[in-house]
Design a protein around this ligand. Structure first.
Ligand SMILES: [Cu+2]
Length: 142
């Protein structure tokens, strides 16, 4: 009985924590001559504390960056982001024409059906590993 009470006490008063869930990750198929691609996903924080995405790594490319897309002088441009906040109970969408993970200097071409490992690095949750399928999408790059 004392044990049950102690466990309840701990679960109620444990430190608040973020809990990161990654939904629907995918990577855009690119022509064999292309050395860049982009990855997309929804990042959801079901925890009770905010977290921050601070970096990305992937064995598929030599560099991976967090980018956003902005309109400037009537043109779409990409900008690197140092971090992306994912508030408690919040959801951040990475999608074409918006935020994305830029895979730069691909080690080999990405074909539909391939899988790409992405390691999302969060300030509090640490490294979250995602396997993202490569999908063909007839859409503009960003
Ligand atoms: Cu980009």
């Amino acid at each position: 009985m004392f044990y049950a009470v102690a466990v309840l006490f701990l679960s109620v008063f444990a430190f608040a924590k973020p809990h990161i869930v990654v939904e629907n990750p995918w990577v855009r198929e690119v022509p064999p001559v292309s050395t860049m691609s982009a990855a997309f996903m929804n990042i959801i924080n079901t925890g009770d504390e905010g977290d921050v995405l601070v970096g990305v790594e992937s064995p598929a490319s030599r560099v991976a960056e967090i980018h956003t897309t902005i309109m400037e002088d009537g043109m779409m441009k990409m900008r690197p982001l140092k971090e992306v906040k994912v508030p408690a109970g919040g959801r951040v969408e990475f999608r074409p024409m918006g935020k994305h993970i830029m895979l730069i200097d691909l080690k080999k071409p990405l074909k539909a059906g391939d899988r790409v490992r992405l390691i999302l690095i969060f300030k509090k949750s640490g490294r979250v590993v995602v396997e993202a399928p490569v999908k063909s999408m007839k859409m503009p790059m960003h």
